[in-house]
Design a protein around this ligand. Structure first.
Ligand code: CDP
Length: 225
């Protein structure tokens, strides 16, 4: 299978990025973590001393940013403003600010233009919130991963970084719920199950089982065509 687009959407810590990486590796495609770009933009906004909900300030920061895709063997990395983002984009400060920055229409248009360049290099597996609904509505393989918030909070706690870090399981759960609620309620490209997406509850499955389920879904659909 060459050059397909596979979209994987879902709420925070639903396992999207890990599964997308596994699917990309199995198919010889490249994974694009769309949230990483929103996080890197947010980090630039915070570094510039701009408030995440200051639409004019954020748009000014955005206008000065250049993006370079770095297509690797199984993943796209990128340079934003000349540097590859590091662990700072997973910090609690970025986690708390990213939803506000990502709700700004100019930010989404800018990011979407960038995401739509990636299939020029070959097959992609892209994970995010609106990939199957807005970025690639024409993709023929769409998945939506979900799990109970308490399951997702435990996973995020295990990563020891990001949402509600240092605040224990309750703090992580609260921070995740807040970010999910904001992402679901926003006017522009809200988090929702894209039309035609297959929903997978990852709560009772291992990552390998979810990867297998996605690969089976893709292969079954391709065989049917
Ligand atoms: O890792 P986690 O699932 O918690 O989040 P992420 O995928 O890194 O996304 C971080 C934030 O970026 C989300 O909470 C959204 O506000 C935003 N985002 C978005 O709006 N659209 C996307 N396609 C991906 C991320």
């Amino acid at each position: 299978m060459r050059g397909l687009i596979i979209t994987i959407d879902g709420p925070s810590a639903s396992g999207k990025s890990t599964v997308a990486r596994g699917v990309a590796a199995a198919l010889g495609y490249r994974h694009v973590d769309s949230g990483a770009l929103y996080r890197a933009i947010t980090w630039q906004v915070l570094e510039a001393g701009v408030k995440p909900d200051d639409m004019v300030g954020v748009t000014r920061v955005l206008a000065a940013l250049t993006l370079e895709w770095l297509p690797g063997e199984h993943a796209f990395l990128f340079r934003l403003a000349g540097r590859e983002p590091g662990p700072e984009i997973r910090s609690p400060a970025v986690a708390a600010a990213v939803s506000a920055v990502a709700a700004i229409p100019a930010v989404r248009e800018w990011a979407n233009r960038a995401f739509r360049q990636t299939p020029e290099w070959g097959g992609v597996v892209m994970d995010g919130r609106d990939i199957g609904s807005v970025v690639f509505p024409e993709a023929r393989h769409k998945f939506y991963l979900d799990a109970d918030p308490s399951v997702r909070a435990k996973r995020r706690l295990g990563e020891q970084t990001g949402d509600g870090a240092g605040a224990g399981l309750d703090g992580v759960l609260e921070a995740l719920k807040r970010r999910d609620a904001f992402d679901r309620a926003r006017r522009e490209a809200p988090l929702a199950v894209p039309p035609g997406a297959r929903v997978i509850d990852t709560g009772a499955l291992t990552q390998a089982e979810v990867v297998r389920t996605v690969l089976d879904g893709v292969q079954t659909e391709e065989a049917r065509r």
